[in-house]
Every structure is written in C-alpha cells, then in structure tokens.
Design a protein around this ligand. Structure first.
Ligand code: ME8
Length: 705
C-alpha cells in the first residue's frame, strides 16, 4: 500500500501557540486529509521542540522546571489542536511529538553515533571537537555571523539579534563541530538533480545561493555547564547536543528510527521519507543542515522541503506581541467556524508568499465566498428540491419528447457540457492541489460555484415550476446543481472537512466525502429518487458590524488604573497603599481648562523605561493584581505589581513591551515587593486600563524622554 508522511515544524515550548503555528498545522492537516481521501496510508506529525537555553530561561523566569515549562506549553497546544479539530480524535495528527520523549533520546543518540563515525565526502571526520568563539541568539537557537546581527548600541554591550532585537550571548567554549563545509557539493548535487526537493522555486534559489556562498562548520554541542537542558552527547556527557541537531532528528525518531518499539508501532521503513512543511524562517535548517546530517548518517533524504510565507497584519507588518497586532486564537475560535478559518488561510495566502491576516478580511471572505457563494448555492438548490421535487433527487435526463421544449427555454440539453466543465475544474483543482497551490485550487472549485449559480439564475427554476410541461427541465437543472454540490463536497473535504460532510449529508448521501477519491468521481452517480436530508445553512452569514465591535471591545482592555495603589483599591488591604495625594489648589491654568504646567526638570525626575514582560501571574486573593517580572534592561528583571488582572490575562502579557516607572520607591503589596509601576491609560467610568506600548521595535531599558 502507498504511504505518505507529512510533518510540521515542532514548535518551541517556550511560548504559547499563535496563528502562525496554527497555520502550518492547517496546511499539513489539509494535505494529510487529501492523501487519506485517496486511500493512501498517511502519517501526520506535529509537536514541540523542548530543549535548549531558551526553554531553560523561559522556565526560570516562570519559576518552573524546564519540563514543567514544556508541559505547560504543550497543554495549550493540545487545547488548540482539539478546539481547531486538528488532533487525532478529529482525524488530524497521528503524533504530537515531544523531544523529551525517552524514545527520542535513544534515537538521537544512535544518530549522533552514526554521524560521529562517518567520513565526509572529502574523507574527513564528520564530527570533530574544537573551540567555538562567537555570538548566539537564544531565541533563534542559532549562531550568528557578523552580517546576521546588529552592532552593539554602546561600547561594551553585546550585539543584538536582527530578528528578535535581543542581546546575543557570547559563547567561547569547547564544542563539537559538524563538518558542514565538506557537504556543499553533495548538497548542490541534490538541489540540481531534484528540482522539487526545496519548494517553491524562489526559496530553492535562495538555498542554492546560500550554499554556493560557502558553508561553515556548525557547532553542534554546548558545554553542559552552559546549557544543561538537552540531550547529552553520547560518551561525552559534559556536552549537551545543539538543540537543532536534536530537534530535526525528531522527524525520524517519531516513526521508529533507533527504537524498535516505535518501529513496530509506526514504522520508519514504512513511512520515511517525509514531506516537511516549514515557514520560510527556518528553511536553512531544513534544507541545508538536515540533509547534510542525513547524508552523514547514511539516511535517505526527505521527499521535499516546502516553505510557506509568513502571516503579516492587514498593513503588511510582521505580527508581534509588541506591536499588539497578533491574531488571537481564542478570538478566532469564538467568532469563526473552523472551516471558515481553514478556507481563509488556504485561499488568502498564495502558497510560498507572505499573506495578510485581518479579522475584517476573514469576515468579508466568509460572507462572499462561503455564505453568499457555496453556502447559498447549496441551500437554494436543496430548498428547491424540497419544494418542487418532494425532497427527492430528480432525474438528470430530459426525455426525448421534452427536448425541444427545454431548448426553447434556453436550457442546454446536452448534459456533457456541464459535466465536461466540472471534470475540467476537478482536474485543475487536483493539479493545483498537488502543487500545493491551494489558492488556485480553490479558485478552480469556485469556478464551479459561479457556473452553477449562473445556470440556475438563467434557467429560472421558479418560473419553470409554474409550467407542468417543464417539470423535467426543472428537474434536470436541479439535478445538475445537486450533482455539482456532490463533487464540490468531495473536492473540498480536505480543506473544510466539517462543511463538506454537512453538504454531503444534506444531499442525503451515505458514507462520507472523506472516503471518496476525487479522481474517481463520475458524473451522474447521484441517485435519482433518493431523499435529501434536512436543509440547513452550511455557512451562516457573519454580521460584520457586530462581530467587529465585539472583537474591538474585547481587545480594548478594561479596568482600574494600572498602578500599584489602584491594584488593591477597594480590597481588604487597601490600607497598605499610600493615601492619595491631597488635591492641589486650582491654579489659573486650571481655570482656563489647562492642566497646571511643570518644568522639564520635574518631568525628568520620572525615570520611564521600556520593559518587556517576562512572566505574569495572578496574586492569590487579590482579583485585580498581576505579579509580573519585567526586563527593563537591567541585570535582573524587576518585580512589578499592577491592578490589571481583571482585564489582562497573565498569558497575554508575556512578551509585551510596556512602559515602567523605574524610580518609584519600592513598596509592598499583598506581601510582594513592587519595584516600579506599569504605565497605562485609564478611561470610562470604571477607569479601564489600556497599557501603554510601542508600535515600533525598541530595546528593553530604553529611556522615555
Ligand atoms: O522554529 N506566519 O519553532 P517556532 C506563518 N522549534 N507561520 C508562522 C508564523 C507566521 N507569522 N510564525 C510562526 C521553531 N509560524 C523550531 C522548529 S523543527 C525541527 C524546529 C510557524 O515555535 C512556521 O511554521 O519558532 C514557522 O516555521 C514555525 O511556526 C516556527 O515555530
């Protein structure tokens, strides 16, 4: 039996999932469903990347062990995949891979040993011990060369990462190296002989020019004394494997490489090689390092590495918590159906290029393509079958003696015209789908929607229904529409599994579109005389004004001032706070509606700093208080309490840039010392807080003047 294996990246277990992570899973899930629908035995992997300094640090900041940190993040991933119908229970992934799984350790150790024994194509040892001297970005888990970082802002400071704008770590220590420089020719040969190995073409060209530019050997271990959270190097436990080395190997350990039990349960021999789906941000690791490791270990290369673009906000900016322009998964889930989200993701992003994601665009597409388009076609067809044909599928054939009559009304009596059109659209759909050009595939499917809609509008079944002689002509129009809907529900199954099944059921069909191979669809197999199911709207219309108002209201946080004093105002321990300063006497300026002036020196007394929230949690028995650790560019993060807990979920604060009053006298609230204050606007009767932030990237510790 034919098999197929598709993977998403395994995501870092240091932060919670967002739209980008959801997207790659949706694409992989769509591909997996399409393969299964064609009767191909398919294995779909997603999961988390749980080792390395970044996770170690995230855990430290949150007061957890690294494993607890990973478990915490994984629980969010599991919740997300269940809610979006991507887990095993809903017919989605087959494994949620975790690099902390013991079988992974075993497989990775075996892989390392293989590579350590291997010779490069130039006859050198593939792995050797040396000394690494350079800069490392913990967030990218990547060593950075000079053109990959920004020069230090001041003398004595480290350079910063161009992606994260965070200071790099200086690494100067003994390290194992993978002799990547010896693999350039072998890699170029692969790219040359297998033009589809890296896709799309533009990305392939980027990778080729990167390799042609010369490859440097890669440091693949850190001293345990610097990074302990990882897999020890076999036979040298003072070294911890580089997290990317361990992470990439997950794709094979998951299915049985280096572990007999997994081999029996899944089967490396059965499923490898895989199609790897990745964002373009991590293409180099997959298209250069990974194949080189595999060549060294003597393992077959993947089928392909396919890199998609990144989701940007509606203005074309990168989504980031700092900019506050991210798409929130809980908002998506609350207001939109899974199918509409899947459809939008696949229709809106031209695969391989960056795409823009905005709630308004999602509503517009849902309403035009789904509610008014496909949904309307389905309900108008089925409603007419219910009304004019007693809820039974009419005959698709016009009897000889009615042909002339039908022709006179302008109806095409040759059914092969419409059948031919749909077969062509199906072929186009499958071709584009095979090339992962989902947007174009969906365009082909929607050409059917437009064509059948027009057929109905032109034939005016409601007029035909008034003429008993035209009963068969009316039936044929409705048969063609219903048969087209059957085809569409099969084609669209991988993209919108829920809606396609609903359409299928409403047509009164048995079984499932999930088990119908679209290449084997034959025109006319919809059975005359069979009863249709209950007719219900497949895609209800979204009330744009209402939903946008709700989304906007939810995004504008509410509450009391974000000051420490306000944080406990009204609570039992209000007396712990300082009394409010006495009202000043009104000045002349107040009299004319102007706030009294201060001197610039007065303002300069307030030390306002850019900070980034590293951790946030609720304070027991204080509903309004959040306890945060905020990095304001000092050696240690500040502990700050803020009265925003009723309006800001702790998880949502993590990673946010805020403004901190850094020279406020420390004081205790609810037994915790607050070492500063977070600045927020306050509005409305209840004084809802809106935390001040920045629309441009700015380093932690920068002073506001
Ligand atoms: O890189 N648009 O994990 P990660 C589209 N652990 N996709 C996006 C996106 C966006 N704005 N943001 C993230 C890692 N993604 C490593 C991978 S694999 C052996 C190790 C998706 O948590 C996209 O798939 O940073 C991207 O490649 C991935 O999330 C990065 O996830």
């Amino acid at each position: 039996m034919k098999t197929f294996y598709v993977t998403t990246p395994i995501y870092y277990a240091n932060s919670l999932p967002h739209l980008g992570h959801l997207y790659t899973m949706i694409v992989a899930d769509t591909i997996a469903r399409a393969k299964r629908q064609r009767g191909i035995e398919t294995y779909f992997l997603t999961g988390t990347d749980e080792h390395g300094i970044n996770i170690e640090r995230a855990a430290q900041r949150a007061g957890r062990t690294p494993k607890e940190q990973a478990d915490y993040v994984v629980s969010y991933y599991k919740k997300m995949t269940a809610e979006f119908g991507l887990d095993t229970e809903h017919g989605g992934y087959d494994i949620f891979m975790r690099t902390t799984a013991p079988f992974h350790y075993q497989g990775v150790s075996e892989f390392w040993r293989k590579v350590a024994k291997a010779k490069t194509p130039k006859g050198n040892d593939a792995i050797y011990k040396g000394h690494y001297e350079g800069w490392f970005c913990a967030a990218c888990a990547e060593y950075k060369t000079e053109d990959e970082y920004a020069k230090p802002k001041a003398e004595g400071e480290p350079p910063t990462c161009l992606v994260h704008d965070t200071p790099l770590d200086r690494v100067s220590e003994e390290s194992y190296f993978f002799r990547l420089s010896d693999y350039a020719e072998a890699l170029l040969e692969v790219f040359e002989s297998r033009p589809d190995f890296v896709r799309p073409e533009a990305r392939r060209n980027e990778v080729i020019s990167f390799v042609r530019g010369g490859l440097q050997d890669l440091s693949v271990s850190r001293l345990k004394s610097s990074v302990s959270w990882g897999i020890p190097v076999p036979d040298d436990p003072e070294h911890t494997m580089y997290v990317w080395f361990d992470a990439l190997i997950n794709y094979i350990t998951a299915i049985g490489y280096g572990n007999e039990e997994r081999e029996r349960a899944v089967g490396f021999k059965k499923y490898w090689p895989a199609l790897h789906l990745v964002g373009k941000d991590i293409l180099r690791f997959h298209a250069v390092y990974w194949p080189a490791f595999l060549i060294a270990a003597g393992v077959e290369l993947p089928c392909a590495i396919v890199a998609h673009g990144m989701w940007l906000d509606p203005n074309g900016r990168k989504m980031s918590k700092t900019l506050g322009n991210t798409i929130e998964l809980d908002v998506l889930q609350k207001h939109f159906s899974i199918d509409a989200i899947r459809y939008f993701c696949l229709r809106e992003m031209v695969f391989g290029q960056d795409g823009r994601f905005g709630y308004e665009a999602l509503i517009d597409r849902s309403n035009s393509d789904l509610a008014s388009g496909l949904g309307n076609l389905s309900s108008r067809t089925l409603t007419m079958i219910a009304r004019y044909c007693d809820s039974r599928i009419p005959s698709g054939v016009i009897p000889e003696d009615k042909l002339l009559l039908a022709k006179r009304t302008g109806v095409d009596t040759d059914e092969t015209t419409v059948a031919g059109f749909i077969e062509h659209a199906r072929d186009q759909f499958l071709l584009h789908f095979e090339n992962l050009a989902f947007s174009r595939a969906l365009e082909a499917a929607w050409s059917v929607v437009a064509r059948i809609d027009k057929m109905i509008t032109d034939a005016k079944p409601w007029d035909l229904a008034k003429d008993e002689n035209q009963k068969q002509t009316l039936g044929v129009i409705l048969y063609r529409a219903a048969e087209s809907l059957r085809w569409l529900s099969v084609l669209l199954h991988p993209v919108m599994p829920g809606a396609s099944q609903a359409m299928w059921n409403q047509l009164g069909l048995q079984g499932s579109p999930a088990q119908t191979n679209p290449s084997e669809l034959k025109w006319g197999e919809l059975k005359e005389g069979s009863s249709i199911g209950d007719v219900q709207p497949v895609f209800p219309r979204i009330d744009k004004a209402n939903v946008m108002a709700e989304i906007n209201a939810a995004e504008e946080p509410a509450g009391v001032h974000a000051t420490e004093a306000d944080a406990v105002a009204g609570s039992a321990s209000a007396q712990e706070t300082q009394p409010a300063p006495p009202m000043k006497h009104a000045t002349e300026a107040d009299a004319v509606g102007v706030t009294s002036f201060i001197e610039i020196d007065d303002f300069a007394k307030v030390d306002l700093r850019v900070g980034q929230v590293l951790s946030a949690e609720r304070v027991p028995k204080a509903d309004k208080l959040l306890l945060m650790k905020i990095d304001i560019g000092e050696e240690q993060p500040r502990q700050v309490l803020a009265g925003i807990a009723q309006y800001y979920e702790p998880e949502k604060m993590i990673g946010r840039k805020v403004v901190v009053v850094a020279n406020l006298k420390p004081r205790k609230l609810r037994g915790f010392e607050s070492q500063g204050m977070v600045v927020a606007a306050s509005y409305g009767e209840e004084g809802r807080p809106v935390i001040a932030t920045f629309t441009e990237d700015v380093p932690n510790g920068a002073r506001l003047k």
